[in-house]
Design a protein around this ligand. Structure first.
Ligand SMILES: [Mg+2]
Length: 273
């Protein structure tokens, strides 16, 4: 089923603002980042005096990395510091781990960003299917869209531009900062609500992670959980789906390929029935 309704009683139709997560929700540029972060963190823990056997360390790392997905990267680095201390090691600064992770990830994704900019990779190959059509559909309905990502701000802007998404967001793109306390998805959502005197029900939150869904729901927004299977778009990622439902998603979709169904659901009075 394309559109799974989790909370049938929530009204739709009155949306004025939308907050999008970026990675896994629109962009697939960073697909595979788990396969960079997990081996790197396992390597760091393997050097500690009281390290368990490798399989157990891998399990620990996978658990906390996945649990913290959707928050800013620095929170995963804070947890790595804790795990190093717990095993008798002396951790580096959390920012050092973040920079090294980004350096390793960059090796993996550099060709993608360059290919997009050079035109050798089509935008649609590195986006969740239907992303542009969704942004256009929201625009037709007078909805203003914002980006709020746990990825660092300069990368979010560069990658959104490389994907041709700037026209839909303008300067409404937010991302993590090295001063991690000065940014959170909740801050962005609160700011949009305050600046525009919104009712929560006028706010649409669209994301593949539990953080934005939880924050959006906490502010009274309507939450679309995107259970995108990033390595093979079009399928439902069951791990994401389960977490998104637990976080309070009102509907679950794998992507935006069936735009008529989605538009009819979000703006029920606008299409002929
Ligand atoms: Mg995401």
């Amino acid at each position: 089923m394309f559109l799974e309704v989790v909370n049938p009683d929530r009204p739709t139709g009155g949306f004025k603002f939308a907050v999008f997560d970026f990675d896994g929700t629109l962009s697939l540029i960073r697909e595979g980042w788990l396969n960079v972060m997990i081996p790197y963190f396992v390597d760091e823990l393997a050097q500690t005096p009281k390290c368990e056997e490798l399989g157990e360390v891998e399990r620990v790392v996978r658990d906390f990395v996945e649990h913290l997905t959707g928050k800013q990267t620095i929170y995963q680095c804070f947890q790595l510091q804790e795990e190093i201390k717990r095993r008798g090691g002396a951790p580096k600064e959390a920012l050092d781990y973040k920079y090294e992770y980004l350096r390793r990830l960059d090796i993996r994704i550099k060709d993608r960003v360059e290919g997009l900019s050079a035109g050798t990779i089509q935008h649609s190959n590195l986006m969740v299917p239907g992303s542009v059509e969704l942004l256009q559909m929201l625009e037709r309905h007078g909805v203003t869209s914002f980006l709020a990502s746990g990825t660092d701000h300069p990368y979010v802007v560069a990658e959104a531009n490389a994907l041709g998404l700037k026209p839909y967001f303008g300067d409404r793109m937010y991302g993590a900062l090295d001063d991690y306390k000065s940014f959170s998805k909740q801050m962005i959502i609160n700011k949009i609500i305050e600046d525009n005197g919104l009712q929560g029900s006028e706010l649409l939150v669209i994301g593949d992670g539990y953080v934005e869904i939880e924050n959006g729901k906490g502010s009274g927004g309507y939450a679309i959980g995107v259970a995108s299977f990033e390595a093979d778009p079009g399928r439902v990622d069951e791990w994401k789906r389960e977490r998104l439902i637990r976080a309070g998603a009102d509907i679950i979709i794998p992507d935006y390929a069936e735009m008529d169904v989605l538009e009819n659901w979000l703006f029920p009075s606008s299409l002929p029935s």
